[in-house]
Design a protein around this ligand. Sequence first.
Ligand code: GUN
Length: 291
Amino acid sequence: MPSALINGKEIGQSIRNDLTKRIEYLNEQGISPGLAVILVGDNAASKVYVSNKQKTCEELGIYSQLITFDANLSEHELITTIESLNADPAIDGILVQLPLPKQIDESNVLSAILPSKDVDGFHPINIGKMMLGQDTFLPCTPYGVMKLLEYSEVELSGKHAVVIGRSHIVGKPMGQLLLQKDATVTYVHSKTPNLKEITLQADVLVVAVGKAKLITSDYIKDGAVVIDVGMNRDENNRLCGDVDFESVKEKASYITPVPGGVGPMTITMLMENTVQSAENELRQDKRSENR
Ligand code: GUN
């Protein structure tokens, strides 16, 4: 059975249309949502991601501020910059593009961001809230995957969801969000000996490993929903995912393409978190006015 495509570009656009209305309302209240993006060093992929984020901010009318540093930046200087953005009322969201150069401790940096401006959802407090199912900023890629599943009306309750990968950015939070929707979740990773045996049981398979076309159709149960978080280059230097799309699409019920699947959703959810942060701020202002 050939699968249906989950179109991240279209679903992302529909969420952005809603965001435009929310931003208009904020503007009427005299508020312009603002995102600060910090880029350290000159990692080529990070530069592309950051410029896409800025472009999307511009399209939506979100104020964006790009702060760039040389790769030899000290952790102290970076944290000082974050502290001034924490105190800046024009900034609702702060994003430090990862990875960071090795002299900088990532966890110290992420912990320095005010949880109320942590639109990446990487602060330990926000991760804790996510684990408890409390209202918070959700990490953008897993949040985007949940939106793709919701828009495609994929039932998760009682289903076996398998997540390949256990990164802080994608794999770990992905499993938690699927669990909150009552899926039975299995994590597999590079040390799992019987990968195929487990993926063949997956009703929903989320692949986030960073290896071009690793998952072929022999890893897939008939009718599975396959979400490909990977972004790689194939032997012809063309963009491709972690899933071998051509073979897997013959077996899956739903599949995300690369590009045009998860990628556009990650940026969209960053915009959503930034707008949400500005709305939270407005609510706080109104509450203090009423005191
Ligand atoms: N590097 C790769 N993905 C991400 C992301 O979602 N957020 C940040 N800050 N850095 C990343």
